[in-house]
Design a protein around this ligand. Structure first.
Ligand SMILES: C[S@@+](CC[C@H](N)C(=O)[O-])C[C@H]1O[C@@H](n2cnc3c(N)ncnc32)[C@H](O)[C@@H]1O
Length: 258
């Protein structure tokens, strides 16, 4: 279950990334990413250095979830994956076996790292495509995080059912790894019964929030006592299964601080 009610999109796609330039980790993590690359890469390339895309279907020939976008091809013969006029492909490196059996439950991890020049800023970025499960990629590869990006993760469409906001994933949770002032970008996939984003999902489904602008002007804010975090809605990045919303995550109760 996701956002059930249609919400009117009455704002342009925008989420100013300047404040992320001060974050120290410069890492974005997107589990169950499939071929959803353009929005995360183009939007965050000015401030993020390393983009993790993690999917169990990558580099598994004829895998049902990736064969339609050709991401099932062997990792050593697929580059460049990301084609966009603002980016020049440079090279790739590979760790792990280039292919894996599509039926195996025990996925052999593989990380394909592609290097690109972001032409408008002159920055070099890395796109890391990891074959494997979302939770294990998060556990093994991520220590600190500037952006957690998550959308289109519907079990009905082949998504994971993973409860990112309320489960411990190996050595830590999002709340342990996300920097103070970092972002969560979500279309509220799988958010409905997890305490953090339940409020906003319930408000949309109950018809209390009808337009995206109502989340931005003024910013929708909520405080989680359980995690001691204030969430502030700071942008809209298009529609997937629900509105893709960007939230800044600040430690402490900023709402009563004023
Ligand atoms: C519905 S598709 C959505 C892809 C992308 N998020 C989008 O919006 O286009 C779900 C994807 O999740 C992947 N997936 C499902 N369970 C997973 C898991 N536990 N770990 C990693 N990937 C998973 C599938 O292979 C598939 O590519």
């Amino acid at each position: 279950m996701f956002v059930q009610k249609t919400i009117l999109i009455d704002v342009p796609i925008a989420a100013p990334v300047e404040n992320l330039a001060q974050s120290t980790s410069k890492v974005l993590f997107y589990p169950c990413s499939g071929f959803d690359l353009e929005v995360p890469v183009t939007h965050f390339a000015p401030v993020i250095d390393v983009f993790w895309f993690v999917d169990r279907g990558y580099f598994r020939p004829d895998h049902q979830d990736t064969r339609f976008n050709h991401l099932d091809r062997p990792a050593d013969s697929i580059s460049p994956i990301f084609k966009h006029p603002d980016f020049d492909y440079i090279s790739y490196t590979l760790e792990g076996p280039a292919v894996d059996d599509r039926y195996s439950v025990h996925i052999k991890p593989c990380v394909l790292t592609e290097f690109y020049l972001h032409i408008p800023t002159g920055r070099t970025i890395q796109l890391k495509f990891r074959r494997g499960y979302g939770f294990s990629g998060f556990d093994k590869e991520i220590r600190k995080l500037a952006v957690f990006f998550h959308r289109g993760d519907s079990p009905g469409e082949g998504g994971s059912g993973s409860k990112w906001y309320s489960s411990r994933n190996g050595r830590g949770t999002i709340w342990d790894k996300l920097e103070d002032g970092g972002w969560i970008v979500t279309d509220l996939s799988l958010a409905y019964d997890q305490d953090v984003f339940r409020i906003i999902t319930d408000d949309i489904n109950a018809g209390k929030i009808k337009k995206v602008s109502e989340l931005l002007n003024p910013s929708f804010e909520f405080y989680s006592r359980k995690y001691n975090i204030t969430f502030t809605c700071i942008g809209f990045l298009g529609h997937r299964y629900g509105p893709t919303l960007a939230f800044r995550v600040d430690r402490g109760d900023k709402m009563t601080a004023f």
